[in-house]
Design a protein around this ligand. Structure first.
Ligand SMILES: CC(C)(COP(=O)(O)OP(=O)(O)OC[C@H]1O[C@@H](n2cnc3c(N)ncnc32)[C@H](O)[C@@H]1OP(=O)(O)O)[C@@H](O)C(=O)NCCC(=O)NCCS
Length: 170
């Protein structure tokens, strides 16, 4: 079944929050005790937070049955020195399990990188959970290189991450 990738619109903050929370719970919910997960979600997926993502730049993959994934950017600088500037962060990329491995994530990455290149961006960085081999392999296939380790603290949990980056040529 075909799908399209388009930019999210500001009025979609609430719907995006619901979709993004479902994606997060599916992918990383297992890491947290239930109460901690509920607390985290009550802060991370509010309409104002999602409207912030949409203002920065968010793309949605959409099929006839509904949304199949999203990708969002952030202007935050890379915490590791040396990545060409200007650069930006790929802050979120989620595809629900039924749509993994079917090119949705590739289409989202293609849209994200095309927009970055069009804006003259020369580097993209991101943080991926160390215990997420599928994502690490996906980013490696897209040319991202491992720069360093980092730790994200979420509701008292210390989660080891890898900082990855890719230089954009042309
Ligand atoms: C990360 C994500 C966007 C990648 O999209 P995807 O459609 O699953 O990616 P693909 O299937 O195209 O590529 C994944 C690669 O990992 C491989 N893979 C699958 N499961 C794996 C596993 N358990 N361990 C290692 N590699 C695995 C696939 O074979 C594929 O390899 P290839 O590139 O050599 O073909 C998607 O899996 C996702 O949304 N995951 C949940 C949320 C998430 O982790 N987001 C990233 C946060 S940084």
């Amino acid at each position: 079944m075909t799908f399209t990738v388009r930019k999210a619109e500001l009025h979609e903050g609430h719907a995006l929050g619901q979709f993004a929370e479902a994606c997060f719970r599916e992918s990383f919910g297992y890491l947290f005790p239930e109460e901690a997960l509920d607390l985290l979600c009550s802060k991370a997926f509010t309409t104002p937070v999602m409207e912030g993502l949409i203002r920065n730049g968010t793309w949605i993959a959409e099929g006839p049955e509904g949304w199949r994934g999203y990708v969002a950017l952030s202007p935050d600088p890379c915490p590791v020195e040396g990545l060409a500037r200007p650069h930006l962060e790929l802050s979120r990329l989620y595809v629900p399990a039924p749509w993994m491995g079917q090119g949705v994530s590739d289409a989202l990455m293609t849209a994200f990188l095309a927009d970055a290149r069009a804006k003259g961006v020369r580097g993209v960085w991101l943080e991926a959970f160390e215990g997420n081999p599928r994502a690490l392999r996906f980013y490696r296939r897209w040319g991202f290189k491992d720069l360093a380790g980092s730790v994200k603290i979420r509701e008292g949990l210390h989660l080891p991450h890898r900082i990855l980056a890719s230089e954009l040529n042309g």
